[in-house]
Each structure stands twice: as C-alpha cells, then as structure tokens.
Design a protein around this ligand. Structure first.
Ligand code: FE2
Length: 294
C-alpha cells in the first residue's frame, strides 16, 4: 500500500517543494488544518440554513452515482449557476416522497455555492487557496463548481471510483478538486479513497452532452487498480487536493455520524471550456477566479 503523506498548511498557502513532489508523484495532497474549525462550522451552518429554507416538494432530484438517472433531469442540468438540493437515492419512495426528515435525506448541495452565497464565497476565495491553486499550476484559475457533500448517517451513498476530469472538461485538461472535511471523516463514515499515482493513467470516461442528452462516453477501458486503493481519513479542517485524473471515491456512510465535506473545482481559464460540459453558465454569471469581489 502506497501511503499518502500529510502536510501542515503553510502560512501563505503556497505549496512547498516537498508538497509539489508529492503532488507530481501521487496526484493528491493532504493538508491538515488548512481551514479553521470556525470556518468549517460557518459552512455547515449555512448549509443547514439552505436546507431549512428549501421546500422538498419543489422538484427535488435524487442523486446517485450508481444509477445516474438524474442525468436527464433539468433540475440537475440547470444547477450550474444555482444552489440546489439533491437527495439520497434511498430517501425517496416510488412516488418521490421523502421517507425521512429532509436534513437526513440530503445527498448534496450544488453547484454554485461559491458565487451565490457570501459565506461560501468568503471561504472559497481565501488567499491561501488561491496561492495553493497557483502553486499547483493553475495560471488563471476559474472556480467552476462547488458542492456540499452531505453524507448523512446510515444512508449517505457511495461515490464510485471516478476521475473529476470526466465531468469538468477543458482542452487541455486542467481541473483540480479541493475537498475540505467539514467534519471528521474516517473509514467508519465513508472517507475518501484514492489510488495514489493513478493520475498518470488515462482518462477513462467523459460525461458530456451529445445530441441534447448527457451521456457517459467510454474513452479508455484500462481498469482502475483497485488493489492500490488507500483510504484517506481526514480530520475536520483537512484539505485534500485531487488532480483531475486521480481516481477517487468514497464508501457509503453506514455509521450514525454525518460526514459533511465541501468540494470546490477549479480549471485554468487559458484552457478551453467544452461546450459539451454538463455545467454551463448563463452569460450574466460567468466563471470567476479567486479575486472576484462578491
Ligand atoms: Fe470527485
């Protein structure tokens, strides 16, 4: 098993030579205490308030990576410049009615938290994160997608092994994922797993629009090396940075503890954003970098 090193956050956020070497070798960086517990709590509080204000009869979508039937759902497709609530697969009956209280049923919030909510905007655009993104090679970072992964107790769904570049396509490929533990994540409540070094493998799939439909197109049949998978337990405030082609996922949360995480994805503005990406912005809400004023 290839252990993934852990790093302390630097004062400026800029990566050290040792961090850059790990990034090149592993395609993943684990940075402990990157974000304060107070900021994590602020994001949790805002997330709960968003769900408090949300009417579950207003057109919810069930999100599942094992059965992507949401793909044709406008609720999903029009969430690239909105904040929408998505539900766990097992939390809705055949009629679409919630089988549990809404806070216990959420799969995720997405996908423009960082542009539309002032608290998410502030935490997402922290100077240390900008310095980190720049240091990892994003010359002109654009923040394109944000999500709160809810992972509620007992029914939080698995996220199957995937590469983020499957879903956020630029030419050349440029996406980097920032995954922040808002609560302690461990093997018991469905922490991340990764295949260190797997970013040097090919991109396996592309999820994009073809003829008006969102499809998953096979690009390369090389299987993920499941034997090389390692869990990444992450105490609250830990930031995990994921190369766009690094295979990763998470197990279901079968525990009695929640496992909330915040994810932010950035691409290079110098790379061409694919017109086929599922995530498209209206012209009045373009992608911004880290320095956009709210
Ligand atoms: Fe991912």
């Amino acid at each position: 098993m290839n252990a993934v090193p852990r790093f302390a956050a630097t004062a400026t956020g800029a990566p050290t030579p040792a961090m850059l070497a790990a990034w090149d070798r592993d395609g993943v960086l684990v940075i402990e205490d990157a974000v304060s517990h107070a900021d994590c709590d602020s994001l949790i509080e805002r997330s709960r308030a968003i769900v408090d204000d949300w009417d579950p009869t207003s057109g919810a979508a069930v999100f599942s990576t094992t059965a992507p039937r949401h793909a044709a759902d406008r609720y999903f497709r029009e969430s690239g410049d909105a904040i929408r609530v998505f539900l766990e697969d097992g939390a809705v009956d055949a009629d679409g009615t919630l089988t549990r209280p809404k806070h216990a049923a959420v799969n995720k919030l997405g996908h423009a938290m960082h542009d539309l909510d002032p608290v998410f905007d502030r935490v997402s655009r922290r100077p240390t994160l900008a310095a980190l993104a720049c240091g990892l090679g994003l010359a002109d970072p654009r923040l394109v997608q944000s999500m709160v992964i809810w992972k509620p107790p007992s029914i939080g769904g698995a996220v199957t092994c995937h590469q983020d570049a499957t879903f956020l396509i630029t030419d050349p490929p440029s996406v980097i994922g920032f995954w922040l533990a808002l609560e302690d994540a461990d093997a018991g409540n469905g922490c991340l797993f990764v295949i260190p070094g797997g970013h040097r493998g090919p991109l396996r799939q592309r999820f994009h629009e073809v003829g008006g439909e969102l499809v998953t197109e096979a690009l390369d049949s090389t299987p993920f090396d499941e034997s090389a998978t390692v869990p990444l337990p992450a105490p609250k405030g830990t930031l995990v940075v994921l190369h766009g082609t690094l295979p990763h996922g998470s197990a279901p949360n079968t525990s009695e503890r929640s496992r909330m995480a915040y994810t932010l994805h950035a691409v290079d503005g110098a790379a061409r954003w694919s017109a086929g990406n599922w995530l498209q912005r209206a012209s009045d809400i373009p992608f911004h970098g880290f320095e956009r004023s709210a």
